[in-house]
Write a protein of this length. Structure first.
Length: 445
């Protein structure tokens, strides 16, 4: 691979990539703690639009469902002539039903057409708390993600980190960027980045599934919010150290066991778009820079704007109704039925064996995080034992899959992830990380 080494080519690679790293990975101190610039922009817009956002989201979800129903059932010529638009609204019968259910939940929640107490903790949690965040993050991330994706940063990281990522996690080096974007920013950003890379042929089905369910972790900021709710702010460093250790071990194990190990090595584009092996005569850095500069040259402002517009449209039209449907249904189960309490009963003897105080109360939080990551903190905040609260706080983050946001987003993306996969992955992460967390808790307390 050859490229002409000049200052123009280098600047074309380094400036957009540097700006992308700044937007998605550099924590900035705010009044509420630390956040990344994209999240700060999204939060500022959310505050400005807050009076109209629930109504706007309801209208957007309903319109998405109705247009999808019309386009999918009637198949008008207009959509067949515009493939980019058709991809957004013509869906399979299953996803059409999901969009319609999401629209129904949005209407019932916004107009309070059911019991107000139930709506407040189920659909209200989605429509008034989580969905406004997604709406604004999708807008800015959709337009700015190409700065990370299309100007050579992933090619450079792929070349430099491939020798580390392959043996540890069975992943290409470029996947390190997905992980950093999640840890520094938000898990939804990691899923969006991974989905775009998968659609462009840079990840196989197995790689995309592993990255989306193993590395799209909750942000540092939200982890601290959970710790604050559990009244354990004096244990920030041990808490985050435990999360990193448990998450690291889970990331090594998960790609090597089903269901992730059984995903195919095939590509969304049929053929991989990149090969990370380098010539024997080239150094890692030289190889990475060469690939990065060649990638940066193949872009135009017009293409980036069009792709950004389609990405935002896909996220607003295709993802928001799905998150509303799956998130509301799962939280509804958690809040109105004893299902997750029953599922937690097998953990009682295990917690008692591990000498965890208030084991019965703790068991009720073991699996409820599948509905929403904040629910374990809400249910466990009244537990007296600091050790038990510490275990619950750590586990709720390392379980990673929660349907009110990341889980719904994974199902709505093009990633090869099914609902049953999410259930199994959630259970496996719980089984893998819980003993590590308990061991660390006993060492700390």
């Amino acid at each position: 691979m050859k490229t002409s080494w000049n200052m123009k080519g280098f600047l074309l690679f380094i400036l957009p990539s540097f700006f992308g790293v700044f937007l998605f990975m550099v924590p900035i101190r705010t009044e509420d703690g630390y956040s990344i610039p994209v999240a700060i922009l999204a939060n500022s817009l959310q505050i400005w639009l807050s009076p109209i956002l629930p109504g706007l989201l309801t209208a957007l979800i309903v319109i998405s469902a109705l247009i999808s129903a019309y386009a999918t059932i009637r198949k008008p010529v207009f959509f067949s002539e515009k493939p980019n638009v058709s991809k957004l609204v013509v869906v399979s019968p299953f996803w059409l039903v999901v969009r319609l259910i999401g629209a129904m939940f949005a209407v019932v929640t916004f107009f309070t057409l059911a019991d107000e107490a139930i709506i407040e903790v189920t659909g209200g949690l989605l429509l008034y708390d989580l969905m406004p965040v997604l709406f604004n993050v999708f807008l800015f991330a959709g337009f700015f993600l190409p700065l990370l994706l299309n100007f050579g940063l992933l090619e450079l990281c792929g070349a430099l980190l491939n020798p580390l990522m392959r043996p540890l996690f069975k992943l290409p080096g470029r996947s390190a960027i997905d992980s950093l974007a999640s840890w520094m920013g938000d898990g939804t950003v990691g899923v969006m980045l991974t989905n775009q890379q998968y659609e462009q042929g840079y990840y196989s089905e197995r790689e995309a599934a592993v990255i989306g369910t193993t590395f799209s972790v909750v942000s540092i900021t939200f982890s601290i919010v959970i710790l604050d709710k559990m009244d354990l702010m004096n244990y920030v460093l041990p808490y985050y150290g435990t999360i990193v250790l448990a998450g690291f071990i889970a990331a090594i194990i998960m790609p090597r066991i089903p269901p992730l190990s059984r995903k195919k090595e095939r590509y969304y584009t049929n053929e991989p778009s990149v090969h990370e092996s380098r010539p024997a005569t080239s150094s890692l850095l030289l190889w990475g820079l060469t690939k990065a500069m060649n990638r940066a040259r193949n872009n135009s402002v017009k293409d980036l704007f069009q792709k950004g517009l389609l990405t935002v449209g896909d996220l607003w039209i295709g993802v928001l109704p799905v998150v509303m449907a799956f998130g509301t249904a799962t939280v509804l189960l958690a809040e109105t039925t004893p299902l997750f309490e029953w599922l937690g009963i097998p953990f009682v003897p295990l917690l008692e064996l591990a000498q965890i105080p208030e084991a019965i109360e703790a068991s009720k939080t073991m699996l409820v995080g599948f509905a929403d990551m904040f629910l374990p903190a809400i249910l466990g905040s009244e537990i007296e034992s600091e050790l038990t609260r510490f275990v619950i706080a750590c586990l709720s983050v390392t379980q990673l899959i929660y349907m009110s946001e990341v889980g719904g987003l994974l199902l709505a993306s093009k990633l090869p992830i099914r609902f049953i996969d999410l259930v199994l992955i959630f259970l496996e992460r719980t089984i893998i990380t819980l003993p590590i967390i308990i061991m660390m808790a006993h060492l700390i307390f």
